[in-house]
Design a binder for this molecule. Structure first.
Ligand code: ZN
Length: 443
């Protein structure tokens, strides 16, 4: 008998490995935060003496969902700029951020967002926002796999720093992160071509090269953005980013809605990944991304939520559903994208986009144990003859029973174990009640 920390047994295991293996009545064994074996429960379970067992009969066991584009603490402004254009949204939210945000408020927002993520089966998120140190502190305490880094816009930041002083702060932050864990990837996040000059983009990229950092930016989100970039730079967003050296195999570009065929093939040649954010794109009326063309061209694609102020709930199941269905409507061809492809985008696809392709995104031996267990014994998924379809067309965050990150059960039987949910709900409500974060009052 071999020792193990955790045995998840009796559920239908959707591994999302390359061949798409599904193990009915399967088991997943975890030791030291790593998946050590996946297979039929009657074969696997008897070999181990686990410290903890999750009996998950009637449930689906699948890889944790990867959110490739978020502004987690933007939940502080949820509902404050609905049903307006991207330009008006940015005017309201950005002004409020610059005037009102504090590291303490961001910490509360991130904690609430991570609680929502874990309830919705999200185990990894790429987060672009102010006060990344505060976000990381919360994520480390919670046990969540959060990727973030210094972000840059041509504005005075909430701490009163201009671009030059923010660059200096960023260099210090990246130096600290490198020293703390030389093996961990670091990120830099130039917001977009419309928020930065060519020189600023190039300076941020020089910083990225110096730290061998991964890069996250926004591009080609809306027609208004394309017009603003043409106005500022005389070129379209993708051309500007390419000329400034932003595009490359270590870059994740959020949205990619307003792309022509040449731009799609350039992204493919550069190996640049796209975070497909269909909920946000619909929310802000930005358009529908050419997902089938991106996939056809070989562009790596993951699913993102964007910030809660421009998507409502942080719900990757909703992103999967739209990715699976939206493009059937656009092409009037029901074979476009579909369930399996969309589920892969939110798991292996997202993991690969973030440079975590060999670490998370699938349930195979050797990967980190980021695992979601969702109830299949529900009216909206029964009799679930096809589990890919159950995920893409049925499951919602409310169906998630357990969420495991790095082998730790952070949501168990729908109870968060590292977040005091009642307290974080109260703190979110208090921030709103004091009107300190109410845009309509202030702006
Ligand atoms: Zn965004």
């Amino acid at each position: 008998m071999r020792s193990a920390d955790l045995l998840i047994t009796g559920g239908t295991v959707l591994t999302v490995d390359e061949p798409g293996t599904v193990v009915p009545d399967g088991a997943v064994v975890v030791r030291d935060g790593t998946i050590v074996e996946v297979g039929p429960a009657d074969v696997v379970a008897g070999r181990y003496e686990p410290a903890e067992v999750l009996d998950v009969r009637g449930c689906l066991v699948m890889p944790g969902l990867v959110n490739t584009h978020a502004h987690l603490a933007m939940n502080l402004f949820r509902g404050e700029a609905d049903d307006v254009s991207l330009e008006e949204f940015l005017r309201r939210v950005l002004r409020a951020e610059l005037v009102q945000l504090t590291a303490e408020a961001v910490a509360v927002g991130v904690e609430a967002a991570l609680a929502e993520c874990l309830r919705g089966g999200i185990t990894t998120a790429l987060d672009m926002y102010w006060y990344p140190e505060a976000a990381t502190e919360v994520a480390d305490r919670v046990g969540f796999r959060l990727l973030n880094g210094p972000s840059f816009m041509d504005v005075i930041d909430p701490d009163g720093r201009d671009f030059d002083r923010r660059m200096a702060w960023a260099e210090e932050l990246l130096t600290q992160r490198r020293a703390a864990d030389p093996a961990a990837p670091v990120w830099v996040m130039p917001h977009s071509a419309y928020m930065l000059s060519r020189e600023q983009l190039e300076r941020v990229m020089a910083l990225a090269r110096r730290f061998d950092a991964r890069v996250h930016t926004h591009a080609a989100e809306s027609p208004g953005e394309t017009a603003a970039v043409l106005d500022r730079h005389g070129e379209r967003p993708i051309d500007v980013l390419d000329a400034a050296g932003v595009l490359g195999p270590r870059t994740v570009l959020a949205h990619g809605v307003q792309l022509d065929a040449g731009e799609i093939s350039l992204l493919a040649r550069r190996g640049t990944a796209v975070a497909h954010c269909p909920v946000s794109n619909l929310f802000l009326g930005c358009g529908i991304a050419p997902l089938p063309q991106l996939l056809q061209a070989g562009v790596p694609v993951g699913i993102g939520t964007d910030g809660a102020a421009s998507c409502g709930a942080l719900d990757i199941f909703a992103g999967i559903r739209l990715a699976a269905m939206l493009h059937k409507g656009v092409t009037q061809d029901p074979r476009t994208v579909g369930a399996e492809r969309a589920v892969r985008l939110a798991t292996t696809g997202g993991a690969a986009a973030l440079g975590l392709g060999d670490r998370v995104g699938a349930l195979t031996a050797g990967r980190r144990a980021d695992i979601v267990v969702a109830d299949l014994h529900r009216l909206h998924v029964v009799p679930n003859t096809d589990v890919w379809s159950a995920v893409a067309y049925g499951l919602t965050p409310a169906d998630v029973r357990h969420t495991i990150v790095d082998g730790r059960v952070l949501l168990r039987d729908r109870v968060l174990r590292t977040i005091d949910e009642a307290s974080v709900l109260d703190r979110m409500t208090d921030l709103r009640r004091t009107r300190s974060l109410d845009l309509k009052e202030r702006l």
